[in-house]
Design a protein around this ligand. Structure first.
Ligand SMILES: [Zn+2]
Length: 184
């Protein structure tokens, strides 16, 4: 119930990301509402077989953990201005993880230059790490993408991306942290 309320709140505040709104069929990443529990913590198993524990914090805890820009984008479904994100021109090899909880979301090999002004990827690092929610705000039908571990807003996914998927994950740089391959 708490999750439903959170998503309703995020949907009500979602702003534009990208220039070519399109609709996608709803497709959650296979994470059901009934989660297994281990050591008192809910978790899911990703496609690599890793146990991923959910991260649940109160609004006050997120305000402490994030800077004001990250909080606005990740927890209030904000959108950074186009061409403002520090990771837009990041071209090194490495991984992009959730700025709120650290879960790896995208790999540098799938990043491409979209010209929209936001970091763009054609597929998630692991499809179970990124969730999709239908977003009908601003008179458009779009698909919001969120971090599946902490529920943080990332951006939207559109169907005008490059091969091999034809998808364009339009992601706020403020929602991501980057780690170069040499640091891993
Ligand atoms: Zn997260």
């Amino acid at each position: 119930m708490k999750t439903v309320l959170l998503f309703s709140f995020l949907l009500s505040l979602a702003a534009s990301c990208g220039e070519k709104p399109d609709s996608l069929s709803s497709n959650d990443a296979g994470v059901s509402s009934e989660q297994p529990v281990q050591d008192g913590k809910e978790y899911f198993i990703n496609n690599s077989g890793d146990t991923i524990y959910y991260v649940n914090k109160t609004t006050a805890e997120w305000r402490d953990a994030l800077n004001s820009n990250e909080f606005h984008i990740l927890r209030e479904a904000g959108t950074e201005p186009a061409f403002s994100g520090d990771l837009l021109e990041e071209k090194r090899k490495g991984s992009f993880s959730c700025a709120a909880c650290g879960l790896v979301l995208f790999e540098s090999e799938t990043k491409f230059k979209s010209g929209t002004g936001w970091p763009s990827f054609y597929t998630p690092a692991d499809p179970t790490h990124v969730g999709e929610i239908e977003d009908t705000s601003y008179g458009m039908v779009r698909t919001e993408v969120v971090c599946n571990r902490c529920g943080g807003h990332l951006g939207h996914v559109f169907k005008d991306g490059p091969k091999p998927t034809g998808l364009r994950y339009c992601i706020n740089a403020a929602s991501l942290d980057f780690e170069t391959e040499s640091d891993q």
